[in-house]
Design a protein around this ligand. Sequence first.
Ligand code: SAM
Ligand code: SF4
Length: 331
Amino acid sequence: MTKLVDSFGRQITYLRLAVTDRCNLRCTYCMPAEGAAIVDRKELLTYKEMYRITRVLSELGVNKVRITGGEPFVRKDLMGFLKMMSFNELLEEINITTNGVLVGVHAEKLSEFKVKTINLSIDSLQPEKFAQITRRSVFEKVWETLERIEKSDLKLKLNVVVQSGVNTDEINDFVELTRDREIEVRFIEEMPFNGVGIRSKDVVWDYKRILEEIKKKHPELAPLPVKKSSTSKNFKIKGAKGIVGIIPAYTRTICSDCNRIRITSTGDLKNCLFDEGVYSIRDFLRSEASDEELKQLFVDLVSKKPKDGFAAEENRKKNKNVSESMSSIGG
Ligand code: SAM
Ligand code: SF4
């Protein structure tokens, strides 16, 4: 089988697929209060197109797909799409990143469609602060989803974007959640993907600083073995059921064994989160390309995957500084 291997010998086995650029929240670190610019519906990939892209990629060795957005559950009939995707026998797992607001009723059904893990974004455990961050009063709904997923047979990971002076005082409250719960709490370095591009924060909370903050309270924090191609470095507090992870998303020390590519909701292939979108797969598909031609295209594009996120940023032509909203890229 032809595989997707880049010029640094990294094999691509993981696709992050953004099914929409729309969102029902307005997180301050992701987009402006009025929302990010969204594209016309016909610019979005259809479910059929997404299925075909995934099918072709799975024939090239991709066995894991993460569904993201915007907010995936805002797209009509996402459950129908997940069912369709589950018919692809080459896919081993489908995971979803979601803000959790619209997931509740579907929680128990997801595992029927090869969904194994839900990454739930939750940046504060305080309802009022949560409302300030997301600009919507939905904490209770998200917490309800969290509890429902916990009771289901899905694996639960919490995504916490560490925002200087906003939720840094809660880092150890989140760590505490892992004591009695079999969950993974993952702290993510904030990036400038906010639709504005300016990180107007006085102190940067990077991997090192987050770790120091946890160690202040938990000096015994134990590192866990490094998993290949994992985005997070993982730890455990003494006697805990769950895991604490830190994702160096902005300091980018995890690129050397990257196994992923992204397809945005408009069908641009991104070899790296920090590149500009290297090719419109949508336009290629809509020009009546065959599956064989599509396969060759993926092989060629992936061979140009940049060494790391810094090289990808350096290669940007139009917007030198990263500034697009994460909702348009598919975080
Ligand atoms: N709407 C869904 C959600 O929030 O989980 C899925 C899409 S969201 C873009 C995916 C992930 O990217 C979320 O965990 C979110 O917190 C994270 N994210 C968004 N903007 C970010 C930024 N500027 N820096 C770091 N992470 C960000
Ligand atoms: Fe929406 Fe997710 Fe961005 Fe928040 S982080 S605005 S939930 S896409």
